[in-house]
Design a protein around this ligand. Structure first.
Ligand code: 6PG
Length: 507
C-alpha cells in the first residue's frame, strides 16, 4: 500500500489527523492495538466525502504498519518513514517508543503529536538518536475538530528532520487569515512541546476568566443564558475580543439546546457538575507543568497559577462539600443587584475580560521567553503568536493582530518583559485595570469566586508598583535569617554599594 505516514494511536486526535492527512493527499496507515478504534477510523473515512478511502489503511500490528511503507524507504534519508504518535503523555509514549525502536531503521522520523513534558521529549530524542532515529516533539492544538480540519502546530527538535517534515506540516496546519500555515519550527529539543504546554497554561487562564465572569453575569447580574450568549457573540464579532475562540464556543455552547430544547429554560451549563479534573493522570498535565515552570523559572504568571488552582480545588467535589460544611462560608449573593451597579458592570465587563485575556498572553509569553533563554532554544515569541492565529484554543484575532507587530522586532536572545520593553503593550493593558478592578471589587463584595480575575488585578498592581510592601519582608528576613538588605538612601546616592545587615537581637 506504500504508506507515507503512519499514525500511532487512533483516539479522537489520531483519527482526526488520519483523515486530515489523507485528505491532504498522503497515504496514511493508522495503528492502534485496539481493533475497534482502528475500525472506527476506517468507518469515518468511508463516511467522509473528502477522504479517499484508498489512502487510509488500518493496522493492529506495528510490524505490518512498518512493512507497508515502500520497500527501501526505511533507512533512506531522502525519503524516511514518518510516524506521528497520538497517545496520552508519559508511560504510553515510553511504551510505544520501546516497541517502535526495534522496528525502525536509521533515518526514520517519529513525531510525538501529543502534549508532553519537555524533558521527557528530550530524553526520548536522545534515546531515539542512539538508533539513528529523529524524534520531533510537536504541539497540536485545537482539539479533535482541528485535528481533522487543520490544527495549530508547534514542532521542535532536530532541524534537519523538521526540514523534511515541514512541507507535510504545512499542508496540515490551520490557515491564518492571510493564508499563512500556522506551523513554525520553535527550536531544538523540547521547544515545541514547551510552547504547547504554555499555550495550554494561557488557555486555562482564559477559561478561568471566562467562567468566573460568566458566573457573575448569570448569578449576580441575573442575565439569562441567551443574554450572556448574545453578549459573548458581540464580543466575538467586534472589538478587542474579536475572533477569540473560547468566547466563540462560549456563546454557541450557551445557546445550544438538546433535542427539542430544555423546557425549563435551563441551559447545558446548569446541568454540568462544577468540577474540572486533570486528564490522563490526576497529578499531571499541562496546567500542572506550566505552574511548576513559572515557579522554577521565576516568572510571575499568577492568572495561569490561579486558574490551575481553581481547577484543582474544583476537582474533588466530595471533599469540597465537606470543607464547605465546616467553613460555612457565605455563598455568592444572588438576586439583589440595583440597576445602577448592574449597568456600570455591564459597561466595563468586556474590557475587564479583555484585560484578563491579554494578561494571560503576556504572562505565558514571558514564561516561554525565559525558558527559551535558559535552555538556549532560541524561540521567537513572534513565531508563537503567528501559529496562534488560527486552529488553536487561544486564538484571539484582535489580540494577536495587536501583539504580533510589536513583538516581531525582538529576537530570541534575551528574555523579553513585554511590559518593560514594549510601552504600547503596557499602555493597552493599563486601560483594562479600572474595569478589572471594578469587576473584582464587585466579586469580593458579593462573595463570587473570581481567582483569575483577582490574580490579574493584583499582578498589575504589583508589576506596576513603585513601592511594594516587601520592604518589611526584607527587614524580617534579615532579622531572623541574616538575609541582608539594600538600603534606599545608599542605593540612590550610589555610594556604599552592597548589602546591609542589622543585628536586631542583642546576644
Ligand atoms: C488544545 C488543548 C488540548 C488539551 C486537551 C486536554 O490545545 O487542543 O489544550 O491539547 O490539552 O484537551 O485538556 P487538559 O490537559 O486541560 O485536561
Amino acid at each position: 500500500s506504500d504508506l507515507e505516514i503512519g499514525i500511532v494511536g487512533s483516539g479522537s486526535m489520531g483519527s482526526g489527523m488520519t483523515l486530515l492527512f489523507s485528505e491532504k493527499g498522503s497515504v496514511v496507515g493508522c495503528y492502534d492495538y485496539d481493533k475497534e478504534a482502528v475500525e472506527r477510523v476506517l468507518d469515518q473515512a468511508k463516511e467522509d466525502e473528502n477522504v479517499d478511502t484508498s489512502k487510509v489503511h488500518g493496522f493492529t500490528s506495528l510490524e505490518k504498519l512498518f512493512n507497508a511503507f515502500p520497500k527501501g524507504s526505511g533507512g533512506d534519508k531522502k525519503k524516511p518513514r514518518m510516524f506521528v504518535i497520538s497517545l496520552p503523555h508519559g508511560k504510553p509514549v515510553d511504551g510505544i517508543l520501546d516497541e517502535l525502536l526495534p522496528l525502525t531503521e536509521e533515518g526514520d522520523i517519529i513525531i510525538d503529536g501529543g502534549n508532553e513534558w519537555w524533558e521527557d521529549t528530550e530524553r526520548r530524542q536522545r534515546k531515539a538518536k542512539d538508533h539513528g532515529v529523529q524524534w520531533i516533539g510537536m504541539g497540536v492544538s485545537g482539539g479533535y475538530q482541528a485535528a481533522r480540519h487543520g490544527p495549530s502546530i508547534s514542532p521542535g527538535g532536530d532541524k534537519e528532520a523538521y526540514d523534511y517534515v515541514e512541507p507535510f506540516l504545512d499542508k496540515w496546519a490551520a490557515r491564518a487569515p492571510n493564508g499563512d500555515a500556522c506551523v513554525e519550527y520553535m527550536g531544538p529539543g523540547g521547544a515545541g512541546h514547551y510552547v504547547k504546554m504554555i499555550h495550554n497554561g494561557i488557555e486555562h487562564a482564559h477559561m478561568s476568566i471566562l467562567c468566573e465572569v460568566r458566573a457573575i453575569l448569570y448569578h449576580q447580574l441575573g442575565l439569562s443564558n441567551d443574554e450572556i450568549s448574545n453578549m459573548f457573540e458581540s464580543w466575538y464579532k467586534k472589538g478587542p475580543l474579536r475572533g477569540n475562540f473560547l468566547v466563540g464556543i462560549g456563546y454557541k455552547g450557551l445557546r445550544f439546546q438538546e433535542g427539542d430544547g430544555i423546557k425549563d429554560k435551563r441551559g447545558i451549563v446548569e446541568g454540568i457538575e462544577d468540577k474540572v479534573t486533570q486528564d490522563v493522570d490526576k497529578s499531571e498535565g499541562t496546567g500542572t507543568w506550566s505552574t511548576k515552570e513559572m515557579a522554577e523559572r521565576h516568572v510571575a504568571a499568577p492568572a495561569i497559577a490561579a486558574s490551575h488552582q481553581l481547577r484543582v480545588i474544583s476537582a474533588n467535589k466530595f471533599e469540597r462539600l465537606e470543607v464547605a460544611d465546616n467553613l460555612d462560608m457565605p455563598q455568592p449573593k444572588t438576586g439583589s443587584i440595583d440597576d445602577k451597579t448592574k449597568e456600570e458592570l455591564l459597561d466595563i465587563v468586556e474590557q475587564a475580560v479583555y484585560g484578563g485575556i491579554l494578561g494571560g498572553f503576556i504572562q505565558g509569553l514571558q514564561i516561554i521567553s525565559r525558558a527559551s533563554t535558559d535552555q538556549k532554544w532560541g524561540i521567537e515569541l513572534a513565531k508563537c503568536l503567528r501559529i496562534w492565529r488560527a486552529g488553536c484554543i487561544i486564538q484571539s484575532d484582535a489580540i494577536t493582530e495587536f501583539l504580533m507587530p510589536l513583538v516581531e522586532p525582538f529576537g530570541p536572545s534575551e528574555p523579553l518583559n513585554l511590559l518593560q520593553s514594549i510601552p504600547e503593550v503596557a499602555k493597552e493593558l493599563r486601560k483594562t485595570y479600572e474595569p478589572m478592578k471594578k469587576l473584582y471589587a464587585y466579586a469580593v463584595e458579593v462573595d463570587a469566586v473570581a481567582p483569575a480575575v483577582g490574580a490579574t488585578v493584583e499582578w498589575l498592581k504589583a508589576v506596576g508598583g513603585r513601592n511594594l510592601p516587601t520592604d518589611f519582608e526584607e527587614m524580617e528576613l534579615d532579622y531572623f535569617g541574616h538575609h541582608d538588605y539594600d538600603l534606599k538612601a545608599k542605593t540612590e546616592k550610589g555610594s556604599h554599594k552592597g548589602r546591609y545587615h542589622t543585628e536586631f537581637q542583642s546576644t
